[in-house]
Design a protein around this ligand. Structure first.
Ligand code: UD1
Length: 417
C-alpha cells in the first residue's frame, strides 16, 4: 500500500494548475447514459474515482475513448444489462448516479447499495423516494436497488434534506420523463449547475439550477454535446489551506474564485492575503494563522469537504477554534490522527474544539477518508520533522497527482510503494 513521506517545515511557494472537479466529472460522465449520441468532456481529472466510473460505464455498454489532452468521449448507443454490481459500487458511492439515467433510458436498473468514504451513515433513501415520486417502482433486495418504470412521469419532489447526488440523479432522470418535474429543496452546489449546463447543451429543458427549486421539462430524447468540466473547488481550497498552513505564497491557475467564497472568507479570517483574478487565486500568509470557527453547511455555506483541511490550519493557529460538522456524522477521524502529530483537539458531539499549538511534530498517521487524507498531508507539511501518511489510496480517489503538485510548490514529499 502506498505511503507519502513528508518533510515538514518548508513554505509552499509557486504556481500550479487546478484540475477539473471530481464531483462534477462523475455525474457528467453518467449523463452520457441519457443519449445514444456521443458526449465529449474536456478538463477531465485523472483520478481513481474517474477510472472506477469508466469501468462501470464500460460494463454498462458505453463506448469510451480518451485522448491525451484530458478529453473523454462517451457513447451509449446501445446499453447492455443495466446493472451496477457491488464490486464496483462499493469502492465509490457516486456510482449511485447511474441509477436515475438508467431507469430513465432503459426503463429498469439494478444498482448495488453503495459504499465509499467511511464518514458516517450515508443513506440513499432520497434517491429512491425521488424516483418513486417520478413513477418508478423500487424494491431493495439482496443489497441491490431494483427500479422499474415504463416511462418516468414528471412530479413535484420535495427533498427532506439538501443532497447533492440525489439532486443530480433526479435532475438527470427527469430530463427524459413525460411532463414537468419540480425539485424543491434542491442542492445549489456549483457541480449541480455544471451538470445542468451540460444537460442543456444535450437538449434538456432545465430552469433554476443553482437555486433550491429546479424545474425540468421532460423531452423524448437528448443529443450529444461537448462540455468542459468546471475547476475543482475542493482541490483549490486544499492547496490554499496547505499554503496558509506553511506560511507560503502560491498562485493557483485554472480555477474560479466565485465558487468558493465561503472558503476564501475563512482563509482571509486566518490572516491570509488573497487576490483573485480571472481564473486565478493567489494567497500569501505571513506569520502564524489565527484560529477560525467553521460550521459546515450546504452550498453556499462552508463545504464539509474542506472541514478537515481547515482543522489542520486551526491546529497550528493562534487561539481556540470550534469546528462544527452539520452534514455528516463521524467525520472527525482526522482529528485523532492529528493528535498523533501533537494537535490539541477535543471532540464533543458534532463539534471539534481545536486549541492551536505553536508547532506540530512529525509522526506516522493513517488516512481514513479522502479529505481526511488531505488534511493529514497539510498537517505534515506544517509539522517539524518527518510525517508518514499511510493508506493514501483514498487521496488518489480525489486528488490528481497531489504529491507532484505539492513538490512543484517546493514541498519535500515523496511516495513510497
Ligand atoms: C456529495 C459529494 C461529497 C460531499 C457531499 C456533501 C459527490 C460525488 N460527492 O456527496 O464529496 O461531501 O456531497 O457536500 O458529489 N442523505 C440522506 N439520504 C439520501 C442522501 C443523502 O439522508 O438519500 C444525507 C447524507 O447522509 C448527508 C446529507 O444528506 O448527511 C448530504 O449528503 P449528500 O449531499 O447526498 O452527499 P453526496 O451527494 O453523497
Amino acid at each position: 500500500m502506498d505511503k507519502l513521506i513528508v518533510q515538514g517545515g518548508a513554505p509552499l511557494l509557486g504556481e500550479i494548475r487546478v484540475s477539473g472537479a471530481k464531483n462534477a466529472a462523475l455525474p457528467l460522465m453518467c449523463a452520457a447514459l441519457l443519449t445514444r449520441e456521443q458526449l465529449t468532456l474536456s478538463n477531465v481529472p485523472h483520478l481513481k474515482d474517474v477510472s472506477t466510473m469508466l469501468r462501470l460505464l464500460a460494463q454498462l455498454g458505453v463506448e469510451v475513448s480518451l485522448d491525451d489532452r484530458l478529453g473523454l468521449s462517451l457513447q451509449a448507443e446501445r446499453l447492455s444489462e443495466p446493472l451496477a454490481p457491488y464490486d464496483l459500487v462499493k469502492t465509490m458511492r457516486a456510482s449511485i448516479l447511474v441509477l436515475g439515467p438508467l431507469v430513465a433510458r432503459c426503463g429498469e436498473a439494478r444498482v448495488s447499495l453503495p459504499g465509499g468514504c467511511a464518514i458516517g451513515s450515508r443513506p440513499v433513501d432520497l434517491h429512491i423516494k425521488g424516483l418513486e415520486a417520478l413513477g418508478a417502482e423500487i424494491s431493495v433486495e439482496q443489497g441491490y436497488i431494483a427500479a422499474r418504470a415504463k416511462r418516468l412521469e414528471g412530479a413535484r419532489v420535495v427533498m427532506d434534506l439538501v443532497t447533492v447526488t440525489a439532486t443530480e440523479n433526479l435532475m438527470m432522470a427527469a430530463c427524459l420523463a413525460q411532463g414537468t418535474t419540480v425539485l424543491e429543496n434542491a442542492a445549489r452546489e456549483p457541480e449541480v449547475v455544471d451538470l445542468a449546463q451540460c444537460l442543456l447543451a444535450m437538449g434538456a429543458r432545465i430552469g433554476g439550477a443553482g437555486t433550491d427549486v429546479i424545474t425540468i421539462e421532460g423531452v423524448a430524447q437528448l443529443r450529444g454535446a461537448t462540455h468542459r468540466i468546471m475547476p475543482d473547488r475542493i482541490e483549490t481550497g486544499t492547496f490554499l489551506a496547505a499554503a496558509a498552513a506553511t506560511g507560503g505564497r502560491v498562485t493557483l491557475q485554472g480555477t474560479d474564485a466565485g465558487i468558493l467564497d465561503a472558503v476564501l472568507e475563512k482563509l482571509r479570517e486566518t490572516g491570509a492575503e488573497l487576490q483573485t483574478g480571472s481564473g486565478t487565486i493567489s494567497l500569501a500568509m505571513r506569520g502564524r494563522p489565527k484560529g477560525v470557527n467553521v460550521r459546515t453547511a450546504p452550498y453556499p455555506g462552508f463545504p464539509t469537504d474542506m472541514q478537515a483541511q481547515l482543522m489542520a490550519l486551526d491546529a497550528i493557529a493562534e487561539g481556540t477554534a470550534v469546528i462544527t460538522e452539520t452534514i455528516f456524522e463521524n467525520r472527525f477521524m482526522h482529528a485523532l490522527e492529528m493528535q498523533r502529530l501533537g494537535a490539541d483537539i477535543e471532540i464533543s458531539g458534532n463539534a471539534a474544539i481545536v486549541r492551536g499549538v505553536g508547532k506540530l511534530q512529525g509522526a506516522t498517521v493513517m488516512a481514513t477518508d479522502l479529505r481526511a487524507s488531505a488534511s493529514l498531508v497539510i498537517a505534515g507539511l506544517a509539522a517539524e520533522g518527518e510525517t508518514t501518511v499511510d493508506r493514501i489510496y483514498h487521496l488518489d480517489r480525489g486528488y490528481e497527482c497531489i504529491e507532484e503538485k505539492l513538490a512543484q510548490l517546493g514541498a519535500r514529499i515523496r511516495r513510497v510503494h
